[in-house]
Write a new protein. Sequence first.
Length: 258
Amino acid sequence: MSPTSVLIVGASRGLGFALVEHYVARLGPASVFATVRGAARPGLFPPGTNVLEHVDASKRTVGRDIVDGLQGRSVQVVVVVAGVLMPEEFGKSNWDDEIAMYTICSIAPVKIIEELVFSSSLAPDAKVVLVTSEGGSIGLRTAGEGGGMYGHHGSKAAANMVGHLLSYDLKPRGIPIAMVHPGFLKTEMTKGAGMEEFYEQGGAITPEEASGPLADFIDKLDLSMTGKLWAPRAGIGNAAEVMGKDVLDKPGPLELPW
């Protein structure tokens, strides 16, 4: 069943922007709320989209800023897409970069959900999705991928744990929450981190290709699926190596290991 309203946190580009376009086409712009870190560029979003400006996931006020932007309105679906990816290698780790990744990926989601819940900004039948990554799965990390990228993998693992813990707090309220790996995405973020050379090998897809399956997954999300890490699309790089070759025959959604 289609939601009546959707809030996309981190909507200015990449998957967040693709989700805005998907839901505007499906629900109409009045039902879509999109946050941006600064001021929205004129014409960025379809006319009529509800744009919440100056919502910065690196700031401790991020949750309150979203609630203030909603102006008393409630939303049925919340998708937290905001993230940051900075490359690291052994011997060249970066303290400030890691703080930024952990803050945006695993601290901000808690503050956002807390504020939405306690301000009554979630509809009674609300659903929450945290866009994390299979890169946060300890079970899917093997010698083939090697080390490095500490802040990226660590912050995504923390985000998966945060979502799992939130599931226990939200379940009594009837709100399911899922962590989602949308696919290996061709975005400015992954390109800037030097991952473009792995696009073909890793089966990378565009944000537009990822948005539809993610929205379909959200439609199906219920309390039986809460607190788990999911891949709406099959085709995780080394899933067969870790989980067995039978996963290759599963179309998705696929539950991923921690």
